[in-house]
Design a protein around this ligand. Structure first.
Ligand SMILES: Cc1ncc(COP(=O)(O)O)c(C=O)c1O
Length: 405
């Protein structure tokens, strides 16, 4: 099998007579490049898969038990579109406790994952032909969601200042044009671990208010932070009526990637439209899944602390080892759970990641998956057992020592 085989594209308009065609934006949807490495060894015994963004820890029992109890108690019917009132309220209390300004339950909508919250938000905000300004390198799904709406995407890249990731807000503002409807920021960022500070959030919000542009803030890594208890949130600085959509998820902090549940905070008036959009789409998040999430958000602080400690230990197992490799440059991440590193001389991150996997059985994501600016870089998820990560670091070190670029 050639190493860069891409899955077949959907049938294009030229192949299908009449109107039974896929929309062009869907035909053009590319396969996600992380999967192009993962499919070389997914499920294989003995591999160390650090390609996807999830921990190797299963969801803790107190969350599973809450969902199980709810199922057995008959919570198996359609339920509230915007989320169980108790969960919306608990999320409001949780966010109000974390951030500088109160978040009332009326502004909270429970969604079928963080990804679904992104889709709903962009579906509500973007017309075909509109533009979204996206700060990259970033998780590929953010761009693809906008393209699926028929919108275009303008990328503004983070810069490295003395080896540290940094956003120049002036470049972001200059990229906004007449048809810009959304500025999309993922902070703490996947893959870079970059974290925006409150003064920049304030400046971006002021600009968005003045220009009438939405800010979509993807804050799914808000709790996985190593230099403070919680990352700065747009909820710290925004007024309730600001054009702001904050996306969050149960996936990362509570080890619930497979549950598919997240939430969003919007201006209150927008929830009426979200009610209808959810009605015509998923209908609701299953009630028993929401009961699990309710246990997570009300009783899960000790688990979140464990998760942060585990990721911190994972970071310690990986980052110094990478720093010691002469070909590698890395900004030690202050948040999220990724080591994003540059490999000197590497031209094609996909081929390199595939080759590295064949030799080491350690799976990482190619930097190109996160935008063209990510070419030359690789991403490794360190949310796994530190002992396993130490083995991975050793294998990568041996590979790098012998590899001729
Ligand atoms: C930046 C970012 N946003 C959103 C998500 C979506 O999380 P989920 O759909 O599992 O809630 C992810 C998952 O990897 C992510 O990395």
């Amino acid at each position: 099998m050639p190493s860069t085989t891409i899955l077949p594209a959907g049938r294009g308009p030229a192949d299908v007579p009449g109107n039974a065609r896929l929309r062009q934006a869907i035909v053009e949807m590319p396969p996600q490049l992380i999967g192009e490495v993962a499919r070389l060894g997914m499920g294989e015994k003995g591999i160390i898969p650090l390609w996807y963004g999830e921990s190797d820890v299963p969801t803790p029992a107190f969350i599973c038990n809450a969902a199980h109890r709810a199922m057995l108690a008959g919570e198996t019917f359609y339920t509230y579109k915007l989320g169980l009132p108790a969960l919306r309220q608990a999320l409001a209390v949780y966010m109000t406790g974390l951030y500088a300004k109160p978040v009332p339950a009326e502004r909270v909508t429970v969604t079928t994952s963080g990804m679904n919250a992104i889709m709903l938000g962009l579906m509500a905000a973007l017309n075909p032909g509109d533009d979204m300004v996206l700060v990259d390198p970033v998780w590929p799904n953010c761009e693809q969601s906008a393209l699926a709406m028929g919108a275009s995407v303008t990328r503004v890249s983070l810069e490295q200042e003395n080896g540290v990731w940094h956003l120049d807000p002036e470049k972001l503002f200059a990229a906004c044009r007449e048809n810009t409807r959304v500025i999309f920021l993922n902070t703490p960022g996947n893959p870079t671990g970059w974290m925006i500070e409150s003064d920049q959030q304030q400046a971006i919000l002021d600009f968005a208010r003045e220009r009438g542009i939405w800010v979509m803030a993807d804050e799914v890594y808000a709790r996985l932070v190593y230099d403070r208890p919680v990352a700065p949130s747009f909820c710290d600085v925004a007024e309730p009526e600001d054009p702001l959509i904050v996306v969050n998820s149960f996936s990362k902090s509570w080890a619930m990637t497979g549950w598919r549940i997240g939430w969003m905070v919007t201006p209150q008036w927008m929830t009426e439209s979200l009610f209808s959009m959810i009605e015509y789409n998923t209908s609701c998040v299953p009630a028993f899944v929401q009961e699990g999430a309710l246990a997570a958000v009300t009783e899960g602080e000790p688990f979140v602390a464990e998760m942060v400690a585990r990721c911190r230990a994972g970071r310690e197992a990986i980052v110094p080892a990478l720093e010691a490799m002469p070909q590698i440059q890395i900004d030690p991440p202050r948040a999220a759970f990724y080591a994003f590193f540059k490999v000197e001389g590497m031209q094609d991150s996909l081929t390199f990641a595939q080759e590295m996997f064949r030799h080491t059985k350690v799976g990482v994501a190619p930097g190109r998956a996160f935008g063209e600016g990510g070419e030359g870089w690789l991403r490794l998820c360190f949310a796994s057992d530190p002992a396993t990560l130490a083995i991975a670091a050793e294998r990568l070190g041996n590979f790098m020592a012998s590899y001729k670029l």
